[in-house]
Each structure stands twice: as structure tokens, then as C-alpha cells.
Ligand binder design. Structure first.
Ligand code: PMT
Length: 409
């Protein structure tokens, strides 16, 4: 039994000289026990005949949308729905551009748009085409949307020209795909028996009965963590500020408005948990005395308004001081000196790990669906994670924190 036995892979092949390497990639998948279904663009068939892929995959190769299917009911839907993962190798800049713009003018592109499983793209291109800002913009967009990339590498391209654009080796693509498939398996249920507290979202500090102070946190990062921990078997308490998100199924949700309320809910849950993730952005200040009636503009036009603010408690720092067996994971939302400030917060909050995000970086921090974080450890090490959907950032944080819980007992 190979490591991929029981896995179903859809292998997309687009037209470029690297098509011959896709044959070797298919061989690696099949040797590892995967069931592989190949879909080619018409251009790819100019480089290597579908027959080669059919003989190695033991399945008919899909190329044409309008040819009567040999195995599937609706080929693009069947291919899209049944695979555990889709890999496109080589992925030409043309196919990347179509995918980035939702174009579905052949069976492979249609399948790519319909697929819900993870997608790995292994680009192969001439250097100038790869480095063209249009291609780079398409690639950045696809990364933001959660597509996985492997390569391209630098080296010798077609006609011995040196440059960037060479498709990653079949072994490298194989590893990336296998890791994604197997990590999913390993993750199932690995948090069972752990009790987790997540704080998420902003808090709101009343100014008067109609106004409040708040920030841009949407809660997406914290909700992604709560959902992933729950799916992986943990018992999760989610203390959430006001957000527009549906509570993840299975978590115990405690809704709060202010930082003082968040503190109270977190302190109540803390003695019973093994890990706390401080993904919320609680307001650091509140009004010393909120106005009892709506502040009137009339009578004070041009005079401005001074609000007297007082410090809110630092919830995570307080939990850090109180912790016994618990692992405390703080977040750091920074606009400058990311790692240095995160290291400082790690010490100041007695945290076991700090997840640092530069909230001014494109695709990171507040509101967006993606994040790019550094994990800052007590030994000073800073591990950079890729720009990924928050759901996947959450999974990777949970992967790293689980061994810390085991060490803590
Ligand atoms: O909610 P999203 O739109 O998905 O955005 C995600 C996020 C940017 C909010 C998240 O990734 C993040 O960085 N959360 C921490 C935000 C923050 O308040 O950072 P901070 O550096 O000011 O605080 C450091 C740590 O102390 C955080 O764990 C924070 O939750 C905690 N804290 C801060 C203030 C306070 N009064 N009490 C706290 O517990």
C-alpha cells in the first residue's frame, strides 16, 4: 500500500514543453497508490498524446467538453467533485490568467472553476511571460484566493535559455500534493480531549447611547481558529465581540460587547481550558464615564469634543499571569517592527507563542479572508507562514500549538 492509496487526484495538464514531466508526475502518483484522472487542454495533447496518460492512469483522458463521456456523467462536474485534490502541471500563464478571471472555455478550465477540493498549480513559462506584471498580478490574486503554488524554479528553460519559469520537478510537486493530502488526514481528531478558549472580534466601548469606539476586526481569524479546533475534536469556548459571522457549529459561544465583558467571560472560562488563543482585538481604552444621553451638536458647534479615556485591562496578559498548565497564544497586530514588537509582547504577556501579523500588509490582518503571519517562539525564533486563507492559517497554528499542549501536560 502506497502512502496515497485511497486518494483520488485530478491531474490537469496544459500545453507547454513541460508536459513530458507531467507523465513522470502521474507515474509517481500511481506508484504511491493514488487513483488519478487526467484532464488535458487541447494544446497539451500537441506535446504528448492522451494515450500515454491513459495507459499510465488506467482511465480515459478527458480533453473535449463536447465529446460523449466514457466514464463520467458530466465530465467537468464529476472530475471536480470526486477528487481529493486537483493538480495542474504544467500550468501555463494562459490557464493561470483564465482561472484568475473565471474563464471556462475548455474542459480543464471548467473543471478548475467547479472544483471545491484544494488546488495545486505548478506553473511553467518563459521568464518574460512569468515576470510580466499581468501574470504576477494573476498569481498574487490566486494565492490570495487560496490556490497552492509549487515553483516555478530558475534554471535552464526551453532552447537552453536560463531564467525563472521552469516547472518544479515531479518529485517536488508530488511532495507538495502528498503533504496537503496527508496533513488533512493527520489533522482529523488530533485535538480531541483538549479544551480551547478563543477570543475573537473587536469590542465596542460606548461613548453615549448611540455611539461607540471600536476597530476594524471582523472576527474572521478567531472564528476560523474556533471552527478548526472544534472540527479537530477540541471542546471550544468562543468569546466574541460584535461581528457579522455565523457561530461555528459545535462551539460554545459567549457574546460580549466591551473589553470588560470580554475579560469577565475569558476569566470565567480560563480555569477549565488547556489553551487560549487571543485573536480578538479588544479596545485598549474606554470612556471614563460614557454619556447617559446622546451628545448634542447644538450649542457646541466649532468647539470640538474631548473624550476622557481610561485604560482597559489587558486580558491576555492577565491570563498569562494566572496560567498554570495552560498554553497562552497571543496575537500581535502591528504596523511597524513586527517581529521586535511581537517578541516584546511574548515576554510582557507571559505568552507561549505570539502570532504576529502586519495589519498594513496587503491580504493580511483585519477584515480580509487571508492572513500572513509569523509565529514568534520564546527562543526568539520567528517562523513565517505563507499568505493563506485564514482557515488554513488557523490549521497551521493548531498544528504548531498541539505539541506545546503536550509538553505542558
Ligand atoms: O478579526 P479579523 O478581521 O480576522 O482580524 C484578525 C486580527 C488582525 C484581529 C488578528 O489576527 C489579531 O492580530 N488579533 C490581535 C489584535 C490585537 O489587539 O493586537 P494587540 O497587538 O493590540 O494585542 C496583543 C494581544 O493582546 C492580542 O492577543 C490581543 O487579543 C490581546 N489583548 C489586547 C488588548 C487588550 N485590552 N486585551 C487583550 O487581551
Amino acid at each position: 500500500m502506497g502512502e496515497l492509496s485511497g486518494k483520488r487526484i485530478t491531474l490537469g495538464v496544459t500545453g507547454g514543453i513541460a508536459v513530458y514531466k507531467a507523465v513522470e508526475l502521474l507515474r509517481l502518483f500511481v506508484k504511491a497508490g493514488a487513483d488519478v484522472h487526467v484532464v488535458m487542454t487541447p494544446a497539451a495533447t500537441q506535446f504528448v498524446a492522451p494515450l500515454t496518460f491513459r495507459e499510465l492512469s488506467f482511465h480515459p483522458v478527458a480533453v473535449d467538453m463536447f465529446v460523449e463521456p466514457k466514464e463520467w456523467l458530466m465530465e467537468h462536474l464529476s472530475l471536480a467533485e470526486s477528487g481529493d485534490i486537483m493538480v495542474v502541471a504544467p500550468a501555463t500563464v494562459n490557464t493561470l490568467a483564465k482561472l484568475a478571471h473565471g474563464v471556462a472555455d475548455n474542459l480543464l478550465c471548467t473543471t478548475l472553476l467547479a472544483v471545491t477540493a484544494p488546488v495545486v498549480l505548478a506553473p511553467a513559462a518563459d521568464s518574460h511571460m512569468w515576470l510580466n506584471p499581468i501574470t504576477q498580478e494573476n498569481v498574487a490574486k490566486l494565492k490570495r484566493l487560496g490556490y497552492h503554488f509549487v515553483g516555478p524554479d530558475s534554471g535552464s528553460l526551453a532552447r537552453n535559455i536560463q531564467g525563472v519559469g521552469r516547472m518544479a520537478s515531479p518529485e517536488e510537486i508530488y511532495r507538495k500534493v502528498a503533504d496537503l493530502l496527508l496533513v488533512g488526514d493527520r489533522r482529523r481528531d488530533d485535538w480531541r480531549g483538549r479544551r480551547v478558549l478563543v477570543t475573537a472580534g473587536p469590542t465596542q466601548e460606548p461613548i453615549d447611547p448611540v455611539r461607540y469606539l471600536t476597530n476594524r476586526s471582523s472576527g474572521k481569524m478567531g472564528y476560523a481558529l474556533a471552527e478548526a479546533a472544534c472540527r479537530r475534536g477540541a471542546e471550544v469556548t468562543l468569546v466574541s465581540g460584535p461581528v457579522n459571522l455565523a457561530p461555528p457549529a459545535g462551539v460554545r459561544l459567549v457574546r460580549v460587547q466591551t473589553t470588560l465583558e470580554m475579560r469577565e467571560a475569558a476569566l470565567a472560562a480560563f480555569p477549565e481550558v488547556d489553551v487560549v488563543f487571543g485573536a480578538a482585538a479588544p479596545a485598549d481604552y474606554r470612556l471614563a464615564q460614557p454619556y447617559e444621553q446622546k451628545i448634542k451638536r447644538s450649542g457646541n458647534v466649532g468647539g470640538g469634543l474631548a473624550l476622557q479615556l481610561v485604560d482597559n485591562p489587558d486580558i491576555i496578559a492577565e491570563l498569562g499571569r494566572l496560567k498554570k498548565q495552560q498554553v497562552v497564544v497571543a496575537f500581535a497586530a502591528e504596523t511597524e517592527n513586527l517581529i521586535e514588537n511581537a517578541r516584546h509582547k511574548l515576554v510582557q504577556k507571559k505568552a507561549d507563542l505570539v502570532v504576529a501579523n502586519d495589519v498594513t500588509a496587503p491580504g493580511a490582518g483585519f477584515e480580509v479572508d487571508t492572513n500572513q503571519v509569523y509565529l514568534v517562539y520564546p527562543d526568539g525564533r520567528a517562523e513565517k507562514l505563507d499568505l493563506l486563507p485564514k482557515t488554513e492559517v488557523a490549521e497551521q497554528i493548531l498544528d504548531r500549538v498541539l505539541p506545546l499542549c503536550r509538553a505542558a501536560g
